[in-house]
Design a protein around this ligand. Structure first.
Ligand code: ADP
Length: 254
């Protein structure tokens, strides 16, 4: 195998690289190819939306990029580290310290307050949470006054804000978001998307978001369109109309 020069692939301006990543899953007697030699780069401080029909490999892309699944072949480099070179313990450490993840269903711990949820990744990493850091994290998502509330006492949008603060508390190199507004109404979705956009603009957060929604994708700097486990198209500076037009073109060509 030709060695890949990690430094040239993932310089200081690149947070995540997937290089010719294939991921297959066993399926009955055969296997299903979720990612098919997919290559993608996510620059530092950029916001990328990933779109594509159901089954096109979007979730698998996030799972492989976040080190939750190991690729069948190919390389994933996060913050200059080739994930394949890390043993399970080192990979878990990297995931906990350098990678943030936000889910459609928020996935907060119901018995913990907002502030305890935000502090959780620090505790899991064996660090004593600094109350100021947790406080700042909640303030950054506009929830200073809700520190003592449990998830059931918060609206869906507020719960997602807590989940975002939790994902960012370790200052990750990249934040992955899988349909983060999928469970929210239109007005609350806009607030959450505006918050994500602000994180990129003000704090140079690298953000990769899977979405079905062209309006949500329009908040990104770039949209990658997946089909059959490959990147089929790419759009920079998207607006909702151009995203819809590309999706229709892609569907017509498949
Ligand atoms: P998307 O997120 O675009 O809907 P996925 O990444 O979830 O697509 O899935 C891509 C393909 O891989 C699908 O055919 C799906 O059924 C298959 N797949 C994904 N995860 C698994 C798994 N853990 N086991 C078996 N097949 C899987």
């Amino acid at each position: 195998m030709t060695p890949i020069n990690i430094n040239s692939m993932a310089g200081s301006d690149t947070s995540v690289v997937l290089e010719s990543v294939t991921k297959s899953f066993p399926n009955g007697d055969g296997e299903v190819t979720a990612l098919d030699e997919l290559t993608a780069r996510f620059g530092h401080g950029t916001f990328t939306a990933v779109m594509g029909p159901s089954g096109s490999g979007k979730s698998t892309l996030l799972q492989c990029a976040a080190g939750l699944e190991r690729p069948t072949s190919g390389r994933v480099v996060v913050a200059g580290q080739d994930l394949a070179r890390l043993n399970d313990r080192k990979l878990t450490e990297l995931r906990r310290s350098r990678i943030g993840f936000v889910f459609q269903a928020f996935n907060l711990m119901p018995s913990l307050t907002a502030e305890q949820n935000v502090a959780l990744p620090l505790r899991l990493a064996g660090r004593r949470p600094d109350p100021h850091v947790v406080e700042q994290g909640l303030a950054a998502v506009g929830l200073s006054g809700r520190a003592g509330h449990r998830p059931a006492e918060l609206s869906g949008g507020q719960q997602q804000r807590v989940a975002i603060a939790r994902a960012l508390v370790t200052r990750p190199a990249v934040l992955f978001a899988d349909e983060p507004t999928g469970a929210l109404d239109a007005a609350t979705s806009r607030e959450v998307l505006q918050l994500l956009r602000t994180l990129v603009d003000r704090h140079a957060q690298t953000l990769v978001m899977v979405t079905h929604d062209p309006t949500a994708a329009a908040y990104a700097d770039r949209v990658l369109f997946l089909a059959d486990g490959r990147v089929r198209d790419e759009l920079t500076d998207p607006d909702a109309e151009s995203v819809v037009a590309r999706m229709m073109m892609l569907e017509a060509s498949c």
